[in-house]
Design a protein around this ligand. Structure first.
Ligand code: PLP
Length: 391
């Protein structure tokens, strides 16, 4: 069968589910209520505060503070723990760049630690090597929707700031992501598993951390204090009532969406392994609920005639299956070099060259469409092996 890239017929032509999904009647009604009610900001309305409480409860945390985005949420989480200039925060090398830049925003230095080859999550052994007397926090990233090995990291006695930007609905040993560290941050940016286009929330079980978060995101005001009373430095980083109106109904949709993605992931794990040269990475041992925000797939070029990951992504896209090439290793990001120095992170660097992602909207497709992902991969493998890379 000729590859679509070479003029053949594509395997999949019927498109993929949209992300975000079409708005529900409840979202429309709430959004119009806010619009017509005139209380558009969180200092005038009650929806942001209600959503913060409901979301925090859903992840087993006591308190939540809604903010403008996840990056700023991580910055606030660090500042609320007292992280600042002169301090170091350990961040995995395979993550979104904001995990590291939020540390820079807080005035501290991100220190990269490599990830484990089986899950691409923060490697506790690499963290141990990266710890110095200046280490003030560790930032486990719940990559792709699976919680990091937080017990392994807790053993160092350094506070954990969970980067749960991708981990809505995830759980480790039955405990939700968001209640596995000192403080946690979720994102509601367009691509995330709950979204308002932009937005974020910081959650914690500690009252004093909550009070600091609240103050920092509300211009240094004090809970219960006056409008022009600013006992500390803070900023206006508040979410709008419009965002809370769009987000609130998603709380009751999340479980069903995660279940659909888990079913798709279970199917693809088996079928892609049978194709050969492709494996869907599992969450770390102890993952009891994988949000499957992304399906992370390892591509073995030797099984595909030596053809590169870029060739594979291009051929799959032509077959109607848009995959994502994923992150670069943060150890290779020139903009971070002045902060992280010459970090060697061979596992993250290998992942950059060999890992592709299946985005969550593909994982929410019907069975026929999921089968097309497998058929396209088998077709590309067959054709690549027939026309191998010239060595
Ligand atoms: C999306 C994301 C962020 C940043 O969230 P924004 O809302 O886009 O600022 C941080 N860390 C990870 C791992 C992310 O995926």
């Amino acid at each position: 069968m000729r590859l679509a890239l070479d003029g053949g017929t594509p395997v999949h032509t019927s498109g993929w589910p949209a992300w975000p999904p079409p708005a529900t009647p409840e979202q429309r009604a709430l959004l119009l209520e806010v619009l017509d009610g005139g209380a558009w900001g969180a200092t005038a309305g009650t929806r942001v505060a209600e959503f913060a409480t409901a979301f925090a409860a859903s992840v087993g945390a006591e308190h939540g503070v809604c903010v403008v985005n996840g990056t700023v949420g991580l910055f606030l989480a660090l500042r609320a723990l007292g992280v600042g200039p002169g301090d170091e925060v350990i961040v995995p090398a395979y993550t979104f760049v904001a995990s590291a830049t939020s540390v820079v925003l807080a005035g501290a230095r991100p220190v990269l630690a490599d990830v484990t080859p089986d899950t691409l999550h923060l490697d506790p052994a690499a963290v141990e090597r990266a710890i110095t007397p200046r280490t003030r926090a560790i930032m486990p990233v719940h990559l792709a929707g699976a919680p990091a090995d937080t017990e392994g990291l807790q053993a160092f006695g350094i506070p954990l700031v969970e980067d749960a930007a991708q981990a809505h609905g995830a759980a480790r040993h039955g405990r939700p992501a968001g209640s596995l560290g000192a403080v946690a941050c979720f994102s509601f940016q367009s691509s995330k598993a709950m979204t308002a286009g932009e937005g974020g929330i910081v959650v914690t079980c500690a009252r004093e951390v909550y009070e600091r978060l609240w103050s920092l995101h509300n211009v240094g005001r004090r809970l219960g204090g006056g409008w022009y009373e600013h006992p500390e430095i803070g900023w206006n980083l508040r979410m709008t009532e419009f965002q809370a109106a769009v987000l609130t109904p998603q709380l009751s949709l999340l479980d069903g969406q995660v279940a659909a993605r888990e079913r798709a992931a279970a199917y693809l794990a088996g079928e892609l392994a049978a194709v050969g040269g492709l494996s869907l990475l599992p969450g770390p041992e102890g993952t009891t609920r994988h949000g499957r925000h992304l399906g992370v797939v390892r591509y073995v070029p030797a099984e595909f005639g030596g053809r590169s990951k870029a060739d594979f992504v291009a051929a799959m896209a032509a077959e109607g299956v848009p995959l994502d090439a994923g992150y670069r290793s943060l150890s290779r990001e020139a903009a971070l070099r002045p902060y992280v120095g010459e970090a060697s992170c061979p596992v993250a660097e290998t992942a950059e060259d060999s890992v592709v992602w299946i985005r969550q909207n593909l994982l929410m497709a019907d069975e026929d469409a999921l089968a097309d992902i497998v058929s396209a991969a088998a077709k590309v493998r067959h054709e690549f092996r027939a026309q191998p890379e010239m060595m």
